[in-house]
Design a binder for this molecule. Structure first.
Ligand code: ATP
Ligand code: MG
Ligand code: FE
Length: 336
């Protein structure tokens, strides 16, 4: 079964062909990062315009790399939400046009389900499992009893982990998106600034990063006000330790409490070396299997949408031609 995946929810224009939900036949990502960097973030209008310019080329390239004809495909899976509405609509309309012209069904995929199913590209998902979602807009723990069944047991009460990374990066004058740059600085050896950890209530699986973010901003401000040089490495190490400690403690505790067979991490921040190592180590000690996608499949891509789309296709999920972009779409269990 060949699924064409399409993703345009934010600032990546992406298309991929996935075979049987696990094999990447082709994967094309046109990133807008270079274009958006001068604005220090994603400007929705700019994102939509760049998606329009890229989408047809990206889809054609994905088919060409796969060496397949449209008639070889079985369905088109596309991100339905959440994301920027104008950006989502470019992908959805391209998916509809392509599917209609080629007599294929369309399947609307939740962006976070896509991040989760990026793991299927490297490993078999084993249920029940606990998924830690850490991305630019989400920080959640999701319990899955089986394919397509999502139960949120905890989430951030303020900033997402990726958002905190990007804001702290700005304080340190690092380029957008800041996550990978902070990660790199944090890998170096040396002292770390001691920042607080937001543990919240003892039994909670929720997260909070706004206090930590403020602590970093205040610390940096005070250093500069004293006329001293800010040690960016020490700030990055301290900030990353705080984030990783909390994410790891919550995830391991949830995995034990729910007695899962596997823990998977997903989303842009799961590319973080500190987080990957900490989860690997703590879960190995707890004897729980751990999976995380290869770095390039942690951030936005269409292979993950194709992987999730395949499982939805198998479950009989099909979308209507009236499908619309849903900027605030909730992650609900699959039904058909
Ligand atoms: P969402 O998936 O919630 O809709 P998004 O699609 O914008 O948000 P992703 O593409 O999944 O987010 O992830 C992007 C985020 O991941 C950015 O905030 C970026 O800084 C962060 N990120 C990427 N690599 C790393 C890293 N190595 N360490 C920490 N953060 C990282
Ligand atoms: Mg992105
Ligand atoms: Fe994402």
């Amino acid at each position: 079964i060949y699924i064409l995946g399409i993703e345009t929810s934010c600032d990546e224009t992406a298309a991929a062909v996935i075979k049987d939900g696990t094999e990447i036949v082709s994967n094309v990502v046109a990133s807008q990062i270079e274009n958006q960097r001068r604005f220090g973030g994603v400007v929705p209008e700019v994102a939509s315009r760049l998606h329009v310019e890229q989408i047809t080329l990206v889809i054609e390239e994905a088919l060409q790399q796969a060496n397949l004809q449209p008639s070889d495909l079985h369905a088109v899976a596309v991100t339905e939400g959440p994301g920027l509405v104008g950006a989502l609509l470019i992908g959805i309309n391209a998916a509809k046009a392509f599917a209609w012209a080629n007599g294929l069904p369309i399947i609307g995929v939740h962006h976070i389900a896509g991040h989760i199913y990026a793991n299927q590209l490297v490993t078999e998902m084993k249920f029940p499992l606990m998924a830690l979602i850490v991305s630019g807009g989400h920080t959640e723990l999701i319990y899955m009893e089986e394919h397509g069944k999502f139960e949120k047991i905890g989430e951030t009460r303020d900033d997402a982990a990726g958002e905190a990374y990007d804001k702290v990066a700005r304080v340190l004058s690092l380029p957008y998106p800041g996550g990978p740059h902070i990660d790199q600085l944090a890998q170096t050896e040396g002292e770390a600034v001691d920042f607080p950890r937001a543990w919240l209530e003892k039994e909670s699986y929720d997260f909070s990063f706004s206090g930590l973010k403020s602590a970093v901003i205040n610390y940096s401000h005070n250093v500069k006000q004293r006329g001293e040089q800010l040690n960016a490495e020490a700030v990055a190490r301290g900030f990353q330790q705080s984030v990783v400690d909390v994410l790891t403690e919550r995830t391991v505790r949830a995995a034990k409490e729910y007695d899962v067979k596997q823990v998977i991490a997903a989303g842009g921040v799961s590319a973080n070396q500190g987080l990957r190592h900490a989860l690997q180590k703590e879960l190995a000690e707890a004897n729980i299997e751990f999976s995380v996608p290869p770095i390039q499949y942690c951030t936005d891509n269409a292979a993950m949408i194709g992987a999730a789309g395949y499982e939805m296709y198998r479950k009989g999920c099909r979308s209507d031609w009236k499908m619309n972009g849903e900027p605030g779409k909730a992650l609900t269990s699959w039904s058909h």
